[in-house]
Design a protein around this ligand. Structure first.
Ligand code: NI
Length: 177
């Protein structure tokens, strides 16, 4: 494996953020390509100071997410082919942000706890029960794999405002190049 690289992150409303990811083929252990992708996605997430990143956001349309909700930024969680087994009927509304929608934070309602099944980075099947920030983060990242960005839970008016804000930021960035 070559050293980890920082990957470019797609920004909303890039249409590639709406592609639906395919399962990672993990029949006989995990391929070097996936190991490299995991290393690159972790490096990219830490570099951007995010708490989660889905492969969709780096334009790889396979079911893989990385998360680290620890204060110390030293507890990476790799979820390959994650599936929700159970989501609590109790919901909580909290402000979310996303590396693909920089500078935007808004309220989204999520289940307070979830139980999921996924493969880890060694290809082993695990079940995880999560609540609090981790539960929210898992649901947010799994949405990305389905081609859904959190702003799609907001009102059409808010989405329009966010799109023009993103377009303005893009024009300003282009002007600086
Ligand atoms: Ni996101």
């Amino acid at each position: 494996m070559t050293s980890a690289q920082i990957l470019p992150i797609l920004t909303y409303p890039d249409p590639r953020l709406h592609k639906v990811a395919k399962p990672v083929a993990a029949a006989a252990g995990l391929e070097p390509r996936i190991q490299q992708l995991v290393a690159d996605m972790l490096a990219t997430m830490y570099d951007a100071q995010g708490i989660g990143l889905a492969a969709t956001q780096v334009d790889v349309h396979e079911r893989l997410i990385v998360i680290d909700v620890s204060e110390e930024r030293n507890a990476p969680l790799v979820l390959i082919n994650p599936e929700i087994l159970w989501a609590s009927p109790e919901k909580v509304k909290g402000d979310e942000g996303c590396l693909s929608v920089p500078g935007v934070y808004d309220g989204v309602e999520r289940s307070t706890s979830v139980r999921i099944k996924a493969l880890d980075d060694k290809g082993a099947s695990r079940e995880i029960e999560a609540d609090g920030l981790l539960a929210v983060c898992i649901q947010h990242e799994m949405d990305h794999l389905m081609g859904k960005v959190f702003v799609e839970y907001l009102s059409p008016l808010k989405r329009t405002r966010i799109k023009s804000k993103m377009a303005k930021a893009e024009r300003e960035a282009a002007g600086q190049r």
